[in-house]
Each structure stands twice: as C-alpha cells, then as structure tokens.
Design a protein around this ligand. Structure first.
Ligand code: SF4
Ligand code: SF4
Length: 390
C-alpha cells in the first residue's frame, strides 16, 4: 500500500474509532526530526544554515525515548531531515525501524548525494516509506548553483532513479524561484520522464541562509500563476502536486478551483490529510519540529525554542508550552491575519510572519486572501492541509 494511502487509512481509522484527533485537535500527527545539522552541501537557501554537526546531538537512546513519547501523543509520521540525515545513516536505520515497530510511518528528506543502490535498499529494509529528494532546475548548472556544488544535479537524478527502481516512494522537492519560474513546465515534464509522481513545490521563506537570497523569492503574481498552473496541470496528469514553505492551503484552493471550474483532479484528494476542523498553518497544532540537540520548535520554519527534551518530557512541552498554546488560539493573531475571515482555516505562515516582523503572531506578508475570495474558497469548508513541512 502506498504511503499516502496508508496515511489516509490511518486517518480514517482514527476518525471512525473516535481516537486521536477527536476531542483533542492538538495531536502532533507529523513530526519533522532533524537528526543532525551536519551537511555535505551548503545550499544557498538552506533554512537551518546547515554545515557542521551540533556538539550535543541526541543519541539513539534519547531519540528512541522521544519516539515513544510521539507514539503516545498520537504521531502518525516522522520525517527525518537534517542537515543531511544520511551522515548519521546507522542512526536513521535504527530509528526508522523503531518508528515502524511503534506504528509510526518513517519518511526522510535527503539531498540524494549518499543514496547508492545499497543504501536505498538498507533504507527500504529499515522501513523508510518515502524519500524527498530535491531537483531545483532542469538546467544542471542552475541546480548546482543553488546547491553550491558542481555535480549535485547528476547525483540527485541518480538517487531518484535508484529509489524508484526499488519501489520506494519518491517525492521530489523543488524550489520555485523568480529566475527559474518560467522553466516549471519543462521541470515537471523532466520529472515525469524519470517516473516521479509526487512533487512538492517550495516557496522561499526568509529563514537561515534563505534570508540572503530573498531577491530570488517569487513575486505574488508569479505565486498566484503557479498555483493556477499547478491546479490546471492536475487535470491532465496522475502526478500530484503540493506546495510547501508556507502555503498550507494549496490543496484547498486547488480543490475549490476545480469545483468552480467544473474540472476534476485525478488524484489530489488522497494525498492530503483530512481533519475535522480548519487548521491552515499547522505549526504547534498538528506538527512540530525536533532539532538535533533535542530542542523543540513549532515548525522547522519557526525557530522559536519551546523546550528541550533533555530538560522536560516531550509530552509536557507539547501540552504546556506557552508559545504552542498561543499558536493554538487563532484569536491571538494580530494585524491582517487576526482580523481575517480565513483566520481559523488559514492563519498565515507563522514562520514567515516571524521572519519578516519579529513577531510570530503578526501578519503573514505572503497572503492568498484575494485569490481565495476570487476562487470562492469558503472559510468554513477548509478541512484539509498539505505537506507544509521541511
Ligand atoms: S490574512 Fe491572509 S495569510 Fe492571514 S489568515 Fe487571512 S488569508 Fe491567511
Ligand atoms: S509556519 Fe506554518 S505555514 Fe509556515 S511552513 Fe510552518 S507549518 Fe507551514
């Protein structure tokens, strides 16, 4: 069974049995766990400014204890990331297996450089269900420029092919930037030719080294055309698109566009989580990020420490953090987001708001309000969210 189908099954079961979300909407369904800050690349847009390992990264015993707590809290999927997680390969293999044993789906984000057929097989055997690998341009030199090392395009393509050959689910992550925006149709065509069927398009959030290249962020006009273009593409292809990096409502907007245009997506619905209430930005409500040293952030893109699992139990942090509880009450939002009719279903990207204003409750400057009104997205009907995690 494909990962997404399994996720859907888990969600449905949870809903039908009245467990998990019901009665307690604040369940950390997805956790992003950055196992190391070490990286074999230094990408220009890296949101964690990865390079060297932190001196005090969690050991296996500590990480397993965290996974035990996640299982008790209702976590359904853990996405291992970094840095480059395969720089701690044995650690990942043990933790993936441990997640499996605890009923949690393990997935991973990697730059692909260390994925050989042998490593891919080891990951598959350990239970990793899906791997996110980046391709940022069809022009190898453009991809290599962003990744800051020649030859990375070739290696990423080879990693994708290796994983697909082994029947591992591959989600290609791809940056949509101002200068490479026009090549998006070619890029999607290229990925389709590799056999890729899931693409997560990333918008740039000014966090980490990403702050230094914000002149490369898409204009609002480009962002809106990209959303419309992806939605139209969805009619003709089995390929599934989602948007990440602070566009959590993409699936809902795309679905509403299909409804009002009388068109149908082939496969969009099964790729997102359904929930029984609006959520939008899920930082601190259905998701958190565990850092290599045990710090907990509401989201990878919202680097506010809300606790450390060496000093406090994860359960205590999740339930009692002042910041997390503040995020869960949208009436706390300020500015345009605070007064918006989409406040409960969208809430704006709290990471972008923090990066741009210094206040995580302030207005998200990248707002799709006008597009949602134009496309008749009803605030009350928003019941799903995409993979807005890094
Ligand atoms: S103002 Fe914009 S970003 Fe904020 S909640 Fe409304 S639609 Fe979302
Ligand atoms: S802060 Fe919210 S909207 Fe922004 S990337 Fe994180 S989960 Fe997505």
């Amino acid at each position: 069974m494909g990962t997404t189908l399994k996720l859907l099954e888990l969600m449905l079961r949870q809903k039908l049995l009245g467990q998990g979300l019901k009665g307690d909407p604040n369940t950390p369904l997805i956790v992003s766990y950055a196992v190391t800050r070490a990286c074999n690349l230094s990408c220009l847009h890296c949101h964690v400014s990865a390079r060297e390992a932190m001196p005090d990264e969690l050991n296996v015993k500590e990480a397993m204890h965290a996974i035990d707590e996640m299982a008790n809290l209702g976590t359904q999927a853990v996405i291992f990331s970094g840095g480059e997680p395969l720089l701690r390969k044995d650690f990942i293999l043990r933790l993936a297996q441990y997640c499996e044993d605890n009923g949690i789906i393990p997935a991973m984000l990697s730059n692909g450089l260390l994925i050989t057929p042998h490593v891919a097989l080891q990951l598959k055997d350990a239970g990793i269900k899906a791997i996110g690998i980046p391709i940022d341009s069809v022009v190898p030199a453009n991809h290599d420029h962003l990744r800051n090392l020649p030859g990375t395009f070739k290696k990423a393509v080879s990693a994708i092919q290796t994983c697909i050959d082994l029947d591992l689910e591959v989600i290609v992550t791809t940056m949509a930037l101002k200068d490479t925006f026009n090549e998006m149709p070619k890029r999607i065509e290229f990925l389709a030719s590799l056999g890729v069927d899931e693409v997560a398009v990333y918008d740039l959030i000014p966090v980490g080294r990403g702050k230094d290249i914000m002149d490369q962020a898409m204009s609002q006009e480009q962002r809106v055309s990209l959303i419309r273009w992806l939605q139209a593409m969805q009619e003709d292809t089995e390929m599934v698109f989602t948007m990440s990096g602070g566009i959590p409502l993409y699936p809902e907007i795309a679905m509403e566009m299909h409804r009002s245009h009388g068109t149908k997506p082939k496969d969009l619905l099964i790729k997102e989580f359904w929930i029984h209430h609006g959520v939008g930005c899920h930082a601190g409500t259905l998701y958190f990020s565990l850092r290599p040293n045990g710090d907990v952030y509401p989201c990878t893109f919202l680097p506010i420490k809300v606790g450390n699992i060496r000093e406090q139990s994860l359960t205590d942090i999740w339930r009692n953090s002042k910041v997390l509880n503040t995020l869960r009450q949208r009436s706390n939002l300020k500015g345009k987001c605070g007064a918006c009719e989409y406040r409960e279903s969208c809430g704006g990207c709290r990471g972008r708001a923090y990066a741009c204003t210094g206040d995580y409750l302030e207005t998200d400057p990248v707002c799709l309000h006008d597009l949602m009104v134009e496309e008749k997205v009803s605030p009350a009907d928003v019941k799903r969210f995409g993979w807005c995690v890094g």
